[in-house]
Design a binder for this molecule. Sequence first.
Ligand SMILES: [Zn+2]
Length: 237
Amino acid sequence: MKVLITNTNYVNRGVNMAIGPNPRIDKRIKKYQNKKKCKKCGRIYTENGLCEYCKEGYDCYYIDKGGFVLEYDKKRKDQFSRRLYKFKHNESHKDFILELVLKVLNKYYQDFYDAEVVIPVPPRKGEENPNIAPHHIGKSIANEINSMFKEDVVYFSEKMEPLKEKDLFERKKAIKGKLSLNKEMENEVYLVVDDIFTTGSTLNEIAKILKNGGAQTVNVFCAGRSIYRKSEDEEDV
Ligand SMILES: [Zn+2]
């Protein structure tokens, strides 16, 4: 059943807020998922299997494989990314996003079903308005693939300055040493879940900690992949 949200702001901006099956988004997912992508991090870019970042061992070195529902351009926010950003701090559009996440995971990422443990990216230390999306996405994926959902394996042990307006190099530097492993790990195959993948710095740091703790495989799955451009100033949220 379709439910229309009569939010005039959105109607005025010409965004269709109908909840339910959405042929336009389905079409975009199909197009995106069928594109050639880096075998490791999932960026749309491939010459011989690995993108420029992964070739250098620079960005996603510790991540085995990355999966995403959709890629989008920050400069051109669309129906999907608007809803994803809203879902960050309140539960609006939760059903819409979770439905897409599970659909794409099931159709395109069957190898991620091997994960023994699903971990959401933890909330930042001292954050007043924590991002709730990774929790919901992680919980729902764990339920779908019959894995354990653990929120306390990796946590932020140090406060971190906002990553907003930082480039890839600065982000990597900012996140270094801010996360810790909570206890001895008993499992080997992990799936780390976040809502939005920008440069992958946080996820890479989590993967590094898990690998150092004994994990064999660390895959990551995010709802949105925001196109990151090395040289451009960006307005991260
Ligand atoms: Zn890559």
